[in-house]
Design a binder for this molecule. Structure first.
Ligand code: AMP
Length: 552
């Protein structure tokens, strides 16, 4: 049998590595709380439109990396069968001519078209209906059948091709020769016609990032009406169909945060930008990540950007044909992305393109200068890179990345920036904001690389405080009780099994715990337990009441 493996680009995280993940997440929660952030959890999938609008159709993420599917309303087979059962179908057949107008009227209200066949030993007989299959439709079907009971039969037996002309739908197939009682009981097969159920289809997408979801929630819950800044952070998986490589996955994890609110709450202030950047510097320092680099730029306001993009388009008219295929496409669709190109031969050309800094208006320049001044004041090191633009359409003014040399080609630990027009783009009120998303997978890689040099052996399983070895099956229950007592006292305890021989208990105990506690008949009776420390080799007898203390 072929083995089923984790899907390409996804992976399992196992202990002890997950301890490192937990530590990073706990550090994020602790540090962000000091800056008065609260956690938000948005759904893992959203309406596709949210990303199309909020991230931008022309971005790589939306144009080629999203996991999107058509979500059809599921029909409930059981209710359908029950609807059938409610009707007594008499021996003469199914549809009664006079019922047709009534049936159609009833059922079409719900976008359902209904055709009823008559009983024929050669052919299956069926009911078919198209469009939306909802609870209402099922109820309508049930009512229609009640009507059929009282009227005359329509001698008509449509085949599948005929039914397909009605478009997608469902077909209840009554197997030929089925006794009438079975039909009455609803023993029918249900077949689905191919196609889409027009009214109930919704395009859904696994979130490729979380900012759009947070802003959707901000709008939906009218958080702006509080008049206060919203400071929200999230921790969770994101999904992009990228080519997997080290540090790049199709399901990856991000920790991110957003500061968003009405302008009256100070959401546009450069102080917000600087505060977020300072928080990130403190977070990385607290994790013990050294050698990070903060690179930032301003991509201007929503009025600067179009002027700059126009200039870029103009310059690219001559230059794009000498560039890589991706750049030629981007020059048309999203010229800013040309600056992101990593192809070495394109770099000299990129150097000659207009710079955003020359297109910033006075306000944007002053805003950026104020961000830099605040960073200087609190001693956070940075580098301005006039070529830094980010892949997502909604960024305005400050954009930034923290990179780390240890990561190789995928060197961005985190990225973020200001998105002053995003809320309005999603139909919400004016709500300027700034945020970032940090790749947890890459952060962990950096920590693991560092640990390998600086702390050999780190990242191994933490040993349990005690391994409890019942000496026979008779002590199993008592051993569980003892383990419960010690665990309630806060100790990390591993429980053995009375079926193991003593030698085996010692071998396992030595691998998983710092000490072994023997629980035999004598110990159970006397309440005095035997412990052996694996570190010192020392064996002692300890009264049960003092055990937790002794094991600490
Ligand atoms: P972005 O949302 O593209 O700005 O990405 C923010 C951060 O998420 C990046 O700096 C990376 O650290 C991380 N990231 C993005 N895509 C991936 C991926 N496919 N696998 C792992 N980490 C990723």
């Amino acid at each position: 049998m072929t083995l089923i493996k984790a899907v390409r680009g996804t992976r399992d995280l196992l202990p002890p590595e997950t301890e490192l993940w937990n530590r990073v997440e706990a550090t994020a929660r602790r540090v962000f709380a000091r800056y008065n952030f609260g956690e938000i959890r948005t759904p893992i999938f959203e309406d596709t439109q949210l990303f199309a609008r909020g991230v931008g159709e022309e971005t790589d993420i939306v144009s080629k990396e999203m996991y999107t599917w058509e979500d059809r309303e599921r029909f409930d087979v059981q209710s359908l069968v029950n609807a059938w059962t409610n009707v007594q179908i008499n021996d003469r057949g199914f549809v009664i001519e006079g019922a047709i107008p009534y049936v159609l009227r009833e059922v079409e209200k719900f976008g359902v078209r209904l055709i009823l066949g008559r009983r024929n030993p050669e052919k299956p007989e069926f009911v078919a209906f198209g469009a939306k299959v909802t609870r209402e439709a099922i109820e309508a079907l049930s009512r229609a059948k009640q009507a059929i009971q009282t009227k005359r039969i329509l001698p008509f037996s449509p085949d599948a091709d005929y039914l397909r002309r009605f478009g997608p739908g469902l077909r209840l197939v009554v197997p030929a020769g089925l006794p009438a009682e079975d039909v009455d009981r609803g023993e029918v097969e249900i077949e689905e016609f191919p196609g889409q159920f027009s009214k109930s289809v919704q395009s859904l997408t696994l979130r490729p990032e979380n900012t759009a979801g947070v802003v959707r929630a901000y709008i939906e819950h009218k958080l702006g009406e509080t008049g206060l800044l919203q400071k929200l952070y999230y921790i969770g998986p994101q999904f992009r169909r990228e080519r997997p490589q080290k540090g790049r996955y199709r399901q990856f994890w991000q920790i991110g945060a957003e500061v968003i609110g009405p302008p009256s709450a100070g959401s546009e202030s450069p102080l917000r930008d600087a505060e977020v950047l300072e928080m990130l510097a403190s977070f990385l320092d607290e994790l013990g990540i050294t050698g990070w680099k903060l690179v930032l730029n301003s991509v201007g306001s929503s009025t600067d950007r179009p002027r700059y993009i126009a200039a870029l388009r103009e310059a690219l008219k001559d230059k794009a044909p000498q560039m890589c295929g991706d750049c030629q496409r981007r020059a048309e669709t999203n010229p800013l992305r040309v600056l992101d190109c990593k192809v070495p031969e394109d770099q000299p050309i990129i150097e000659t393109l207009p710079r955003i800094a020359d297109y910033l208006d006075e306000e944007s320049k002053a805003h950026f200068a104020a961000v830099l001044a605040a960073l200087d004041a609190c001693g956070v090191q940075y580098e301005v890179n006039p070529r830094l633009v980010r892949g997502l359409d909604y960024y305005t003014r400050t954009t930034f990345e923290f990179t780390h040399g240890g990561l190789g080609a995928q060197n961005a630990l985190l990225g973020g920036g200001r998105y002053d027009g995003l809320s309005e783009m999603l139909g919400g009120p004016k709500a300027p904001g700034i945020g970032f998303a940090m790749g947890l997978d890459r952060l962990i890689l950096t920590l693991q690389n560092r640990r390998a040099d600086e702390a050999p052996g780190a990242g191994q399983f933490a040993l349990a405080d005690a391994y409890i070895a019942p000496l026979s099956d008779t002590q199993n229950a008592a051993a569980l009780e003892l383990a419960r007592e010690l665990r309630r006292a806060g100790l990390r305890v591993e429980l053995g099994d009375g079926a193991f021989r003593l030698k085996k208990s010692f071998e396992i105990g030595n691998k998983v715990a710092r000490a072994i506690v023997l629980l035999g008949e004598d110990e159970q009776r006397s309440g005095i337990l035997t412990i052996k420390s694996f570190a010192t080799g020392e064996q002692t007898k300890i009264p049960r009441g003092e055990l937790a203390q002794a094991l600490r």
